[in-house]
Design a protein around this ligand. Structure first.
Ligand code: SF4
Length: 325
């Protein structure tokens, strides 16, 4: 809730001024148990920093992170160590996120050993169950990471993340490094595991196409802010913010008619300097429909009758967007 992360940046050499880069700027969202929230945006939007701040792997300068009623940001070091078992990551790169010197069995068992949340005698049974749940053969427990394919390595990463029965699983670009066919298998596996274990996912991706079958709610981020927040169907069927409209226009539709009707909207130019943000809308220099008010006044995130939340001056009160594909 109202999460902000800023990093000091020194410009102009040793005697230069210290400015602050707001990587995450007043971001709020909630995820219900058993559901998936996707945070989508291009690189530099703040989506990964948001996930790291939720887990306290980077320090938030403001806000709160409540997991099952407990504010993560207020825990002391000892309490945080215990609480971390309730929040696990699945990382982007299954090649570098697994220790190459450990057998698969040890990798999956490692969070159980380090967090000591279950008695030692019960841990091997949990590892066996997880191997089965992620579709790996019991004999593969003895193998090292280099003896697995990319998709299998990601299955090991998933098993490791689930070992401590976390309240929240953060999937940070969890399928981006995999080829398309393997991506689909891993996404299906994540969905099946969610149904089996009542998992809650925070799914970080730069690709709306990847999250379209995966999430219940979507937050679109741009330059550290949420610019649109809506349930999946509303966002895909009726995007409001020009940035979301442009991102969606690049997602191939399975519906033939819709595909023929949709024109691709390219987003020109580069984002503004994050240390020296413009006074108005952060998307204004790239937005095809920007007007004077956009360059002067920063649009607040507001709620629409449809339940959408959107930060754009030109979306009308009834939710009519200023740009359509
Ligand atoms: Fe574009 Fe203006 Fe809306 Fe920003 S506020 S997204 S510049 S129309």
């Amino acid at each position: 809730l109202n999460l902000s992360v800023r990093f000091p940046v020194k410009r102009g050499g040793a005697f230069g001024r210290t400015s602050y880069l707001y990587a995450v700027d007043d971001v709020s969202f909630d995820i219900r148990r058993g559901e998936t929230l996707a945070i989508v945006g291009e690189s530099g939007s703040g989506k990964t920093t948001t996930a790291l701040a939720v887990a306290r792997l980077v320090a938030a300068c403001d806000g709160e992170v409540k997991v099952a009623g407990q504010d993560f940001l207020k825990l002391d070091d000892q309490a945080l160590r215990k609480a971390r078992a309730r929040l696990q990551f699945i990382f982007q790169d299954p090649y570098s996120s697994l220790n190459p010197r450990l057998r698969a069995e040890k990798i999956v068992r490692e969070p159980l050993d380090s967090m000591e949340t279950v008695p030692a005698a019960d841990r091997q049974g949990i590892v066996d169950k997880l191997f089965k749940a992620v579709g790996l053969h019991p004999e593969q427990q003895r193998l090292f990471p280099h003896q697995f394919s990319g998709g299998q390595r990601q299955r090991i990463g998933i098993a490791r993340a689930l070992a401590t029965q976390p309240e929240l699983v953060i999937c940070d670009e969890a399928v981006s490094a995999l080829d398309v066919a393997v991506q689909a298998q891993i996404l299906n596996l994540l969905k099946a595991l969610q149904a089996e274990f009542d998992l809650t996912y925070l799914f970080i991706s730069h690709d709306l196409g990847v999250v379209q079958h995966m999430c219940d709610t979507i937050a679109v981020m741009y330059m550290g802010r949420i610019v649109e927040y809506a349930d999946r169907l509303s966002l895909f069927n009726s995007p409001k913010h020009p940035y979301t409209v442009a991102l969606l226009s690049a997602v191939p539709s399975v519906d033939k008619e819709r595909r023929a009707e949709t024109r691709r909207i390219l987003i020109p130019g580069d984002p503004p300097d994050p240390v020296n943000l413009p006074p108005g809308c952060r998307f204004a220099n790239r937005c095809p429909v920007a007007q004077d008010i956009c360059r002067q006044t920063d649009p607040a995130l507001r709620s629409l009758p449809s339940g959408h939340r959107v930060a754009c001056h030109l979306v009308s009160e009834d939710g009519t967007p200023p740009l359509t594909p």
